[in-house]
Write a protein that binds this ligand. Structure first.
Ligand SMILES: Cc1ncc(COP(=O)(O)O)c(C=O)c1O
Length: 376
């Protein structure tokens, strides 16, 4: 049996997404900026897709900028806002994805001041820490909606309110939460939101940035006036069409189903002696399980499971080749030995109950085998 449990890294493209994309490769291939019929046809598809993405988060189509994915959206949001302001103070958290953390580090080198807020042992940013960190120079607060490693869902409504009270803007990286947790940019008072298609059964290399109407950000690519003059470059129409189709296919019942599987996995794995649960117990992504297995290396478990056709990960995809303890696990207070024994299981709607049973059975067996080997 082959069973994929690494949907936090990426998801398979849904066959219906692929079907929707196909005509836009060689049949309807026009450049959406061309004014002839070939171009008008793809421009129409671009407009429709923009409306789908906008509707899904309560935004206006003119507030959606298509990008190459979550990384670019985070760069455009944070650098774009910082550069438009020229100087100032930025607040983020210690558990952000590298696309946010490295962007903040880059801006520090450019003269911006950055505060990295700590999190508690479940991974939550504390509202009073944000209040204390705000200064009269704070221009932006960027805190992720849901963490990619430990699944913790941050109180972004409250954090956005505090940012605004202090005169700053609020950005959230919603790459992992999009379609799993409802987002309404108006009700939640969000100024900038990053999204990505490949985490929701859409294609890789396409994403979007929500930019609240009237907000000025500096574009990051010089070129044409595409995407309301905020992101130059011929639009990736097949990718954008696929992204919109993926959004349409995401249903609340998938969240209910994944939550049920998640809770079963957590309950079963916590029966393994010495297992530690990582992340939030309640406010958690429906598809994320992160545990530390004491006395065994996460990498050994990963490779042991891989040999049985099961894919899981140890931390985020970007750091899976890097044996340094995860910055997220370190921030929630894990000791290095706990971080090294951690595995992340991320579900998708196509996972079956049989696959879940196969996963549980083989994790239990593999951990037992390694513990016995280690005790020899
Ligand atoms: C929270 C988060 N932000 C940003 C990204 C980057 O998105 P993309 O792969 O579309 O560049 C990821 C991908 O792992 C992520 O999990």
């Amino acid at each position: 049996m082959k069973a994929y449990f690494d949907h936090g890294a990426t998801t398979p493209v849904d066959p219906l997404v692929l079907k929707a994309m196909k005509p836009y490769f060689s049949l309807k291939f026009g450049n959406a900026s061309s004014i002839h019929e070939f171009g008008r046809e793809t421009h129409e598809a671009l407009d429709q897709a923009r409306k789908v993405i906008a509707d899904s988060i309560g935004a206006e189509p003119s507030e959606i900028i298509f990008t190459s994915g979550g990384t670019e959206s985070n760069n455009l949001a944070i650098k774009g806002l910082a550069q438009a302001k020229g100087s100032g103070h930025i607040i983020t958290s210690k558990i952000e994805h590298h696309a946010v953390l490295m962007t903040c580090k880059y801006l520090e080198k450019q003269g911006f001041k950055v505060t990295y807020l700590p999190v508690d042992n479940e991974g939550f940013v504390n509202a009073s820490d944000l209040k204390k960190a705000m200064t009269k120079n704070t221009i932006l607060v960027t805190v992720m909606h849901a963490n990619n490693e430990i699944g913790t869902v941050e109180p972004i409504d409250e954090l956005a309110r505090i940012a605004h009270e202090g005169g700053a803007l609020f950005h959230t990286d919603a790459v992992q939460s999009f379609t799993k947790i409802p987002i309404n940019v108006k009700e939640m008072n969000l100024d900038l939101v990053s999204l990505s298609a490949h985490k929701i059964h859409g294609p890789k290399g396409v994403g979007a940035l929500y930019v609240r109407k009237g907000l000025r950000i500096q574009k990051q690519l010089e070129g044409g006036v595409h995407e309301f003059n905020l992101r130059a470059g011929t639009e990736n129409i097949p990718g954008i069409v696929g992204f919109a189709k993926a959004v349409k296919l995401a249903k609340p019942e998938h969240v209910v189903y994944m939550t049920e599987l998640r809770d079963k996995i957590i309950n079963e794995l916590l029966k393994i002696p010495g297992t530690r649960f990582n992340g939030a117990k309640k406010k958690r992504l429906c598809n994320n399980i992160n545990i530390s297995l004491m006395g065994v290396e996460g990498e050994s478990i990963l490779l042991g499971l891989d040999a049985l056709g099961i894919a899981v990960s140890t931390g985020s995809a970007c750091s899976s080749k890097n044996l340094k303890a995860s910055h997220v696990l370190t921030a929630i207070g894990s000791k290095p030995e706990e971080s090294h024994g951690s595995i992340r299981i991320t579900l998708g709607r196509e996972n079956t109950r049989e696959e879940v049973d196969y996963l549980i059975k083989n994790i239990v067996k593999t951990v037992k085998r390694f513990k016995e080997m280690n005790s020899l």
